[in-house]
Design a protein around this ligand. Structure first.
Ligand code: A2P
Length: 399
């Protein structure tokens, strides 16, 4: 948290009211009584806080680990009234409050969610996520227990399923959340490498049920520093992990919620987690799940084999291949148009959630397909999308 500050600016410790579970742990822990609460919020008194950080690790949610660079500190009365944390204010001469290390992940998350077209909202029935438990100065150390190629040996893409075990380190994640990976070493100017975010591909109870581990789906990029680091990992290697991150791209816990998932390539990672969650804990859920999955060819499709085995009753599957010889180039949006009836039945249902994850390029095409499908069945997509977003039923994560 070495924020570069202008002389008049100062760092302020704050608690995120959207995530705090009001358990009183921080207030009990603070050695200088800087933390207090009213009926609404737990807050930090800027005049008393001495940045000892004693409160940070006991907090079960990570809501305690929030910081702003401010010209004038927020008073405890200001904080009592908050429903959410204020954005970092622009401060002359500080370069927007400096490069606090947690901002790195926050910026990446915000960029990935930019396509949702507004403030993302978590599904009403989603479990409360834990975020920011570990950061660059306090990473969790995970051990690699598996690294398997998911794509056919003949495929262009080398996509891998990497399993990280956290041993006895607490690392709670929900389906749809991401973790940060700190690649070892420094860049040409001697600075540590930027943290990269990866979506978790397993469900909350572990890649292996009841194990403290998780899986990532990683595609080796030709010049990708972190993807090559991860794809080359061997069993037993140690990895520095930050996070967990992400408080909105979460699955509804309500078993009667329908879920439409639209993805390309490694964008399938969170949807593997969603599917596993339903398969393990809600096999007879009345809500339906449907996936539109785009890849160059079947050989390039991560989890192709296991996906085929998921029964249709649990997950309705639509594949779109763009480079199968002698077949027309098909994108996910083309498959959606070809199955417009199914999509519109889902969209008309007030418990349907839409998730889009993968290449940024697909956003516009999917949006147009949605608009056409809605037009064809008497709905207005712009209106519906806006309503779904504010109700926590429309989620975009692209890169
Ligand atoms: P393409 O054959 O045109 O590259 P990748 O294999 O690079 O991870 O991509 C996954 C899939 O996403 C590929 O089938 C790719 O097709 C497809 N794709 C690329 N651009 C778009 C787009 N704008 N909309 C939908 N799918 C796309």
């Amino acid at each position: 948290m070495d924020a570069t500050t202008a002389p008049s600016a100062q760092k302020q410790h704050l608690i995120d009211p959207e995530i705090c579970i009001r358990c009183n742990t921080c207030e009990e822990t603070c050695p200088v009584d800087a933390i207090t609460h009213d009926d609404n919020n737990y807050v930090v008194d800027a005049e008393k806080c001495n940045f000892c950080l004693d409160c940070i690790s006991p907090c079960p949610t990570g809501s305690i680990d929030n910081w702003r660079i401010v010209a004038t500190p927020y008073s405890i009365e200001d904080q009592f009234g908050w429903e959410e944390l204020p954005a970092q204010e622009e401060l002359a001469g500080t370069g927007e409050g400096g490069e606090a290390e947690d901002d790195e992940a926050a910026r990446l998350i915000a960029e990935a969610h930019a396509g949702s077209g507004g403030k993302s909202v978590a599904p009403a029935s989603a479990s409360k996520p834990t975020i920011n438990l570990y950061n660059r100065s306090r990473p969790a150390i995970a051990t690699v227990t598996g690294n398997f190629r998911l794509t056919d040996p003949a495929a262009d893409n080398d996509v891998r399923h990497i399993i990280l075990d956290f041993g006895d380190v607490t690392f709670p994640v929900l389906e749809g959340q991401s973790i940060g990976i700190i690649p070892p070493g420094t860049d040409a100017s001697g600075k540590p490498h930027v943290i990269r975010l990866y979506s978790v591909a397993s469900s909350r109870d572990g890649e292996r049920p009841k194990h403290n581990n998780l899986a990532l789906t990683v595609k080796r990029e030709a010049q990708g520093l972190c993807s090559n680091y991860l794809c080359d990992l061997k069993k037993g290697d140690k990895v520095q992990v930050t996070g967990p991150f992400g408080a909105t791209f979460l699955m509804p816990d309500d078993p009667s919620a329908n879920i439409i998932m639209i993805c390309t390539g490694t964008g399938s990672a969170p949807f593997r987690g969603f599917t596993e969650r339903r398969r393990r804990t809600m096999r007879d859920a009345p809500g339906r799940m449907m996936i539109y999955f785009g890849a160059r060819r079947p050989e390039e499709l991560p989890y192709f084999g296991p996906l085929q085995k998921v029964p249709d009753g649990l997950l309705r599957k639509h594949f779109a291949y763009s480079r199968v010889p002698n077949e027309p180039k098909t994108y996910v949006q083309d498959r959606m148009r070809a199955t417009a009836n199914e999509v519109s039945v889902f969209l008309k249902h007030e418990k349907t959630h839409v998730y889009i994850c993968g290449l940024k390029g697909m956003e516009a095409g999917v949006d147009e397909a949605m608009a056409d499908i809605c037009r064809g069945s008497g709905m207005d997509w712009a209106q519906l999308r806006a309503a779904m977003r504010t109700q926590g039923r429309y989620h975009v994560e692209t890169y």
